[in-house]
Write a protein that binds this ligand. Structure first.
Ligand code: SF4
Length: 252
């Protein structure tokens, strides 16, 4: 769920993802400010890459939040308390009007963030934000790699020769740690994830960071030595092309 906010400036566009300052107002008219990476926020139809120092600020932006101790439906004028940036675990708790929240849209969620032990190592990477979406009945939970037919556990995989967009365009491949090419399974899983998002009407996705499927903005570079490069995983790239706003989630 998002709290309506306003991106007011780029704090640092030296490295991707850029750091921005976002402001929002509570029910008492007090203005709050949070500074975080642009990928933490909901940028709607705008690409996250646009939010550099040259961007014509201010711009409407969604601040991730979670309603605390309250049912998920209610009057628009109702005052609710929300935890801001719940994934960070250290954001403020503020009182806002329900109408300041961005509806109850479904959100595509990486299954491992929702607590499903579907990662290559047979574990989950449970995220409070993802579990909150599940509890709110808004999560469309998908593991693209399992959907694509891969077993759990399975060898770790990385994109070789580019990022997920390059895989979609046939310029890069997904290879696992044994050297096996698993590109087709990743493409199949990406298509199934997109189909699930479209079927549910999900225009946003909360996806596991750095995964060759779900990573948004950063993925491992194919060297299998934990080196990151800019780019999306295969599913994230396909979702982004389809207009779904993708956000990298973290365990915790
Ligand atoms: S990162 Fe994506 S593909 Fe990998 S285990 Fe999690 S949901 Fe599945």
């Amino acid at each position: 769920m998002y709290l309506q906010g306003e991106a007011v400036r780029c704090v640092d566009d030296g490295d991707w993802p850029y750091v921005v300052e976002v402001r929002f107002t509570d029910v008492d008219g007090r203005q709050w400010s949070v500074v975080d990476k642009i990928v933490m926020f909901g940028t709607g139809s705008l690409s996250e890459e646009l939010f550099d120092a040259g961007f014509p600020y201010p711009a409407a932006i969604g601040v991730p939040c979670r309603v605390l101790g309250s049912p998920t439906v209610g009057d628009d004028d109702e005052v609710v308390t929300v935890a801001v940036l719940p994934e960070r675990g250290c954001g403020p708790e503020v009182r806002v009007r329900r109408r300041q929240l961005d509806g109850a849209e479904p959100v595509l969620v990486s299954a491992c963030l929702a607590g499903v032990p579907c990662r290559y190592d047979g574990r989950a990477k449970t995220s409070e934000a993802a579990v909150g979406l599940v509890e709110d009945g808004r999560a469309v939970v998908v593991c693209p790699e399992v959907a694509g037919g891969l077993a759990t556990p399975r060898p770790a995989a990385e994109i070789v020769g580019g990022d997920g967009a390059d895989v979609l365009d046939g310029r890069a491949r997904v290879v696992d740690a044994t050297g096996a090419d698993c590109t087709e399974a990743f493409l199949d899983g990406a298509r199934q994830a997109l189909a699930a998002a479209e079927a549910a009407g999900a225009r946003r996705a909360l996806l596991m960071a750095r995964s060759p499927s779900c990573g948004c903005g950063q993925v491992y570079d194919g060297s299998f030595d934990r080196t990151l490069r800019a780019g999306d995983g295969v599913t994230a790239a396909l979702l982004r092309r389809a207009g779904v706003v993708v956000t990298a989630g973290q365990a915790g």
